[in-house]
Design a protein around this ligand. Structure first.
Ligand SMILES: Cc1ncc(COP(=O)(O)O)c(C=O)c1O
Length: 473
């Protein structure tokens, strides 16, 4: 039983709240941070806490409260906080060599082998790697640069609900209007097409009788000389959208996107930064559909908590020259060592299987029960341990209920469970725990979630929602 192997990785087998968070030390640090750091700081505004320690799927705050972590540092800690094998590898490397630009080092060559070993054979045989660290946005920037360099085109196709990062290029590929409204255009000719968000199909259709209208629309845009969309350098897609609300695209949609990209000679970039590294029950989320990307971005989970990102692409695209994409910290040696230990840990424990099993056997059955009981859960979906629960004001109209999701996040945190929200309307509570989560911790976390739903639902039992007509009158 895998659970047994993971049992000792955590601080505790349940949440332990000693006093209602934020406690006094947290409050003090939050105040100091607020005073000294930029208004752009984000997560503590929603979850006001200062953390002192993290182990496995648990976190301890500076006041001694222990939380179950269903957020994993935005999907970074797939092997858990302070995974002992990763920590040991990083420490060992710290004593030997910490920085070597892009010179070969023994650990760098080991990571090359490890990354190749987890690629599907068809990609492994033709793959070129580029270490593009530190962060995920860097991988996205380099993917776009590579595609533009090879095609000589400037345009990009992205999808509604997409999140690809915060640097100039990556934010332009990100769909969140509020984040970029006053910044645009950072790069020109980025077009957003409908993703297969079947719960809210923009075409008003039902999967699977829809004829994959979203894929048809992509093809139409590429085919029609007057669609207004210039021939793109690449199509970029998440196989399971993360910030878009834990949305797994149907396999058939991804297969169609791949076919269309091939037919119209547009390289396909699959962004695996959040959904990759075993989170969805396979090493890479696109593997569920059997497609092979031309370019893929990897980051978050691969560093085991240290900043590392990697670009993998078809060698045919490796047409650029020496120095075309250099950078001082591209491939930090300590992060490379952490990456080797992380991949070995994942392979040794076949972590993708654990994620699939916990998702299918524990999370989904439990969440389906809560959904049935609740008036306000419209949709529960996901793959492996990348799960979203969408809150609506009523199940028929599907009117999104953002405030409700925010209240759930708060109620969970105060009971000792860290969850984040996402989705087009920020009305989706997202579960993205470390993949070393035990069944016991999963059930304890789900119980906290269920209690929080009941509490918030009870507080809102008399809520009335004006219809659009009454709001207008
Ligand atoms: C799919 C995806 N791509 C890119 C990024 C950007 O990564 P980073 O925040 O490390 O720059 C993220 C971050 O959440 C992501 O989820």
């Amino acid at each position: 039983m895998l659970d047994d192997k993971f049992r000792d990785l955590h601080l505790s087998n349940s949440a332990k709240i000693l006093e209602k968070p934020p406690g006094p030390r947290s409050r003090e640090m939050l105040q100091k941070q607020d005073h000294a750091e930029s208004a752009a700081v984000s997560y503590p505004k929603a979850i006001p806490v200062a953390f002192a320690e993290g182990k496995g799927a648990t976190l301890k705050d500076v006041d001694g409260n222990i939380y179950i972590d269903f957020f994993a540092g935005a999907g970074v800690l797939n092997v858990g906080h302070c995974n002992p094998e990763v920590v040991e590898a990083a420490k060992e490397q710290m004593d030997k060599l910490t920085h070597a630009l892009d010179f070969p080092t023994p650990i760098r060559m080991e990571l090359v082998d490890e990354v190749l070993s987890v690629l599907p054979t068809r990609l492994k045989n033709i793959a070129k790697l580029l270490f593009v660290a530190p962060t995920g946005s860097d991988a996205v920037e380099s993917a776009m640069k590579l595609a533009k360099f090879n095609t000589g085109r400037i345009g990009m196709i992205s999808f509604e609900g997409a999140y690809h990062g915060m640097t100039a290029g990556a934010i332009t590929l990100t769909a969140n209007k509020a984040l970029k409204q006053s910044l645009m255009p950072m790069i020109p000719e980025v077009h957003f097409l409908p993703y297969a968000y079947c719960y809210r199909c923009p075409f008003g259709r039902e999967y699977s009788e829809c004829g994959l209208e979203c894929a048809r629309y992509l093809e139409h845009v590429l085919e029609d000389p007057k669609s207004g969309v210039v021939d793109p350098a690449a199509i970029i897609i998440e196989a399971v959208q993360g910030e878009g609300g834990s949305l797994p695209a149907p396999d058939e949609f991804l297969k169609e996107v791949k076919r269309i990209s091939r037919e119209y000679c547009v390289p396909l970039i699959v962004d695996e930064i959040q959904a990759g590294m075993s989170r969805t029950g396979k090493m890479w989320a696109y593997q569920h559909s059997g497609i092979i990307p031309d370019i893929m971005t990897i980051s978050k989970g691969i560093g085991g908590g240290l900043p590392l990102s990697v670009l993998v692409f078809d060698e045919k695209l490796d047409t650029w020259e020496k120095g075309a994409h250099v950078g001082t910290f591209r491939g930090n040696v300590v992060a490379l060592a952490a990456g080797v230990a992380t991949l070995r840990f994942i392979k040794k424990h076949k972590l993708w299987n654990h994620a699939k099993r916990l998702g299918e056997d524990v999370f989904f059955p439990y969440l389906e029960e809560i959904q049935e009981e609740s008036r306000f859960i419209g949709d529960t979906r996901g793959k492996g341990l990348m799960i979203g629960v969408e809150f609506v004001k009523d199940k028929k109209s599907k009117q999104p209920w953002t405030e409700f999701a925010k209240e759930i996040r708060k109620a969970c945190y105060q009971r000792g469970l860290i969850v984040e929200i996402g989705g087009h309307f920020s009305n989706v509570v997202r579960f993205m725990p470390p993949l070393v989560l035990t069944k016991e911790l999963a059930e304890a976390g789900l119980e906290i979630f269920a209690d929080s739903v009941r509490e918030v639902e009870n507080a809102n039992k008399d809520a009335e929602f004006p219809t659009l007509t009454s709001q207008l009158s």
